[in-house]
Design a protein around this ligand. Sequence first.
Ligand code: NAP
Length: 352
Amino acid sequence: MRRLHFFMSMRISRLDECPLDPIAGWTLGVCGYGNQGRAHALNARDSGLRVLIGADDADRPSAAQALRDGLEVVPLIRLGREAEVVAMLAPDDLQAELVGQIRAVATSGSDSPDEASGSLKVRAWAFAHGFSLVYDRPPFGPTDDVFVVAPASPGVQVRTRYEAGHGVPALLAIDSDPSGQCESLAKAYGTAIGCSRAGLLHSSVRDEVDIDLFGEQSVLCGGMNALTTAAFETLVDAGYAPEAAYLECVHQLRLTAELVESYGIEGMRRRISTTALFGDISRGPRVGTAELREALRSILDDVRSGEFAREWLDVRRQNPGWARQAPGENRKSDLEDAGETIRGLFQDDKND
Ligand code: NAP
């Protein structure tokens, strides 16, 4: 039986509905100057905000980068006391602790952090993903507005598209709105970092978290790595050269992904060879099996039940260095060796 799907279109706010005014003249504190943090900070500075980068340790590599970028780096106490809005862009698993630290140091000297709100200037907290809001709740104050503006790209594109006069679309979600102004603040933040130029898609924190975790596990990271590795190993096990297998099954992924980004799946199909098109339509369904759909459903179940988050936070608690060690421990040497050779062949392009 044919299943019926009912789609509700999302509300999308664009630049003309997202004035910067609600945060104009404010100081933005950024905690976590990495992939997203650097892009948000530089874009907000170029949009006219005063930007401070907060670091618990001035010797951090990211603090040195921020100084090289011409930004002011301050201890967390100054972030809490001088910034009206703080963008929490440290790794998800550290965010709760850092919000607590910023609030505590900014209000130190008082027995009760909330009674000493005169010394804590933060009125709103911005996030680029809602993981900690759902699973590792930071200790916000009762009057704090909290929102998510989650750009749909790595930070590098958030910055380069802003510099080119464009933006990256972002999901916008309101977590806590004691002021009644949180949506205006979130939209203004979306303008400061350039995302409203492309559009802010209104969502809920829970949906943003579920969709983002599922997408990175099933397609963007986990699924892509599993599929390309399995395809590479299928060719190599059948006796084909690893370099040729890598070139075909891993290296060229970007080219079709870019066609999908620009034209959609149907548009991509109109731009590949007729032989590739026939292979896609006749053989692709052999990959998209009932077992695959079952695996995807179980990944989504783990996300929605909180099982994935519990497991990740447990691993993080037991081994704080996990994220640094895991890529090396899971290295596939045949695939990486072939990749190194192939990337070397493109070296001239990189030097141009
Ligand atoms: P990231 O690249 O790992 O950067 C995090 C930064 O936080 C690092 O530069 C690190 O500094 C800094 N940091 C760690 N501990 C700190 C501390 N105690 N005090 C101050 N800074 C500290 O993280 P990310 O990928 O940008 O992720 C940030 C947020 O954006 C997360 O919520 C993530 O889910 C979200 N997000 C990410 C992407 C993406 O493409 N990466 C996309 C959308 C949303 P050091 O380098 O000095 O150690």
